[in-house]
Design a protein around this ligand. Structure first.
Ligand SMILES: O=C(O)CCC(=O)C(=O)O
Ligand SMILES: [Fe+2]
Length: 621
């Protein structure tokens, strides 16, 4: 069972809630059609009904056999949340409540619907428990545990108290993980390289064979694998920074106190704070505060047991919610690749106690589609609110322009890359005819540096190999691998296309670069042993025929102190003996034929500083 809304310390006193085990995943494997799953995901309903069963021990539609009462409750619950949020800006709400008019009158009615429903559920559960002989089913839900406990302390644990506890539980957990996941999928669609990196992490961390089916893969997700998904954890934290579950919140002071900023607060004072605004403040997060990117701090928090100084119950609640979201994301990203269905659609948030994607329930417009390797059909992913330009309500033109400018910078890092200038006068340095040649200054120095920065901000993953004894080349370097057609196209158009106009292979012509772009990082002591590069069949008569390497550091980059004078790291080609030794030069491209004409080659060990390389392949058709 999954609980992500444990809110009340007294609940913890009853013993720790059931651990998040495989139930949430079993829920998936019961769904045989993955497309159904995709439809379910962004809708808050499944999390809500699951939580409902967990909390109350009965289904949401248990009253009267139809889901009418349940959906009325859900609607009333949502509407109350919206009206209560409006109190932040409606200074007359107390008068309106007193006079019972307008939104306050509506709120009163909605609260009654909610109360009636919850009381009925509590009575129903009491009846069920007293008529069930089988003890083992009694205590599975949280309500039963409280009912059990209330027998010991009927005075303090009244029906009203139980109602409040249960509503608190539903409210805190309600929609929160689902809405965070909606924002998360939206953000990783906007930042495909992050999506790719999470996919790689999931593949590395979860021990399942490559062709493991949905349910087998799901079953292999254990607590330890979830703990090791640091990058995914960090990406979820970054999502929560930009789209906190509670955009506005307040706390009541239990006693006189002094806040860290020096403000004196008195017992009973209410302190309001705004996580949404705080998550975007430049003084806290730097100039790129509005940009979704990898932040070192999140990685640290994810990989250590370091926790923000919150209460134990809050940590537990967070931990459970993270696990639930990580499980969900890991399974989906393993099998699907998500992209936005409508790049132009404007996304809004809904004014509510929980920061929901507006239009989250509009099933009509396909928002994102999902395709994972080899999957033939495009699965429609409906319901994650509309993508693209975030338009914050009340933003004026000037603010909007300022923000757009910043987004452009962010795009360099998050999935989009430094712009590459087209170059007209590239020199070709033929080392072995058209089979091996270099192009100095293929990237300018600033382009090379910008790529290093962009790659570093994404973060690398270490690549090892089984080694020559197992038939694999020795390999020790760090890598990022992204699928980015746009990046492939801009590198191709910047000068390679013209160079390859003259190169034909058995009547085939070069048509572009493999969108699978890789970045390598070799630190001191790291190298890539002797190997040959295989030609890859991309389908549709498209095959890769040349390896492209662009050195991002090397000779020429030493004016930047942090990348001073790379030593070692030469790419060396062999035939009977050494054919060529190519020392890396910043911005230089190296191209060599691969497949059955590929020369044996290696990347020698780096002995000083760091070698960065961009790698792709030239595709022929
Ligand atoms: O890093 C290098 O210099 C060589 C890389 C390489 O051989 C490869 O990517 O296949
Ligand atoms: Fe190679």
């Amino acid at each position: 069972m999954v609980i992500s809304g444990v809110t009340n310390a007294s609940l913890l006193a009853l013993g720790s809630p059931p651990k998040p085990s495989k139930t949430s995943v079993v829920l998936f494997s019961e769904v045989t059609q993955p497309s159904l799953l995709i439809l379910l995901l962004p809708m808050p309903t499944p999390t809500r009904s699951l939580r409902f069963k967990t909390a109350f021990g009965v289904e949401l539609n248990c009253l009267g056999g139809s889901d009418h009462a349940g959906s009325e409750f859900a609607k009333a619950f949502d509407a109350s949340g919206e009206i209560i949020t409006l109190r932040y800006i409606n200074v007359f709400w107390k008068i309106m409540r007193f006079l019972n008019i307008g939104s306050e009158a509506t709120l009163k009615k909605k609260i009654k619907v909610v109360d009636d429903f919850v009381y009925k559920l509590i009575h129903l559960r009491i009846q069920q428990i007293s008529s069930t002989a089988n003890d083992s089913t009694k205590n599975e839900d949280i309500l039963s545990r409280f009912l059990e406990e209330s027998k010991k302390d009927p005075q303090n644990m009244s029906l009203k108290y139980l109602r409040d506890i249960m509503l608190n539980l539903v409210l805190a957990g309600k929609d929160s993980t689902a809405s965070t996941l909606s924002w998360f999928f939206y953000l990783i669609c906007k930042n495909p390289s992050v999506q790719e990196k999470i996919y790689q992490e999931v593949m590395e961390v979860i021990e399942a064979s490559e062709d493991a089916a949905f349910d087998v893969f799901s079953r292999n997700i254990i607590d330890e694998s979830l703990n090791n998904m640091h990058y995914l954890h960090a990406a979820l934290s970054e999502t929560l920074r930009l789209y906190p579950v509670a955009p506005i919140d307040n706390k009541v002071c239990f006693s006189d106190d002094i806040l860290p900023g020096g403000y004196i607060v008195r017992k009973g004072d209410i302190v309001f704070y705004q996580p949404y605004a705080m998550g975007r403040m430049e003084c806290l997060w730097g100039e790129d505060a509005e940009i979704f990117r990898q932040r070192g701090g999140w990685m640290m928090m994810a990989s250590s047991s370091l926790k923000a100084p919150t209460s134990w119950s809050e940590n537990l609640r967070k931990e459970v919610a993270y696990r639930q979201m990580k499980t969900f994301a890991a399974v989906l990203l393993r099998f699907f690749k998500f992209k936005l269905g409508d790049e132009k659609k404007v996304v809004h948030y809904k004014t509510s106690t929980t920061l929901l994607v507006d239009e989250a329930r509009r099933l009509k417009s396909p928002i994102a589609s999902a395709v994972r390797f080899g999957a033939k059909k495009i699965l429609q992913f409906r319901g994650v609110g509309g993508p693209k330009e975030m338009v914050t309500p009340g933003e004026n033109d000037q603010q909007s322009r300022k923000r757009k400018k910043k987004t452009a910078v962010g795009e360099e890092i998050g999935g989009r890359w430094p712009p590459i200038k087209p170059k007209r006068d590239l020199q070709i340095n033929r080392l072995k005819g058209t089979n091996l040649f270099t192009i100095p200054n293929f990237f300018t120095s600033s382009e090379s540096k910008a790529f290093v920065r962009a790659a570093e901000s994404i973060g690398f993953i270490h690549q090892g190999s089984l080694g020559p004894a197992k038939g694999e080349a020795y390999r020790d370097n760090d890598r990022i691998s992204v699928a980015d057609q746009g990046l492939a196209e801009s590198i191709w158009q910047s000068g390679l296309k013209r160079i390859f106009d003259d190169i034909k292979l058995q009547g085939k012509v070069a048509i572009g670069l493999n969108p699978n772009i890789r970045f390598y990082r070799y630190k001191v002591g790291q190298r890539f042993g002797r190997h040959i590069d295989e030609s890859v069949d991309l389908g549709g008569g498209h095959t890769t025929q040349y390896t492209l390497l662009v050195y991002l550091t090397g000779k020429g980059s030493n004016h930047n102190t942090s990348m001073q004078s790379l030593v070692g790291g030469e790419t060396v080609f062999y035939d009977r003996g050494i054919v060529e030794e190519v020392p890396p030069e910043e911005g230089m491209a190296l191209l060599h034929i691969h497949g059955n004409k590929c020369m044996l080659h290696e990347a020698r060990v780096v002995t000083k500083n760091v070698k960065y390389v961009l790698r792709s392949d030239v595709v022929f058709a």
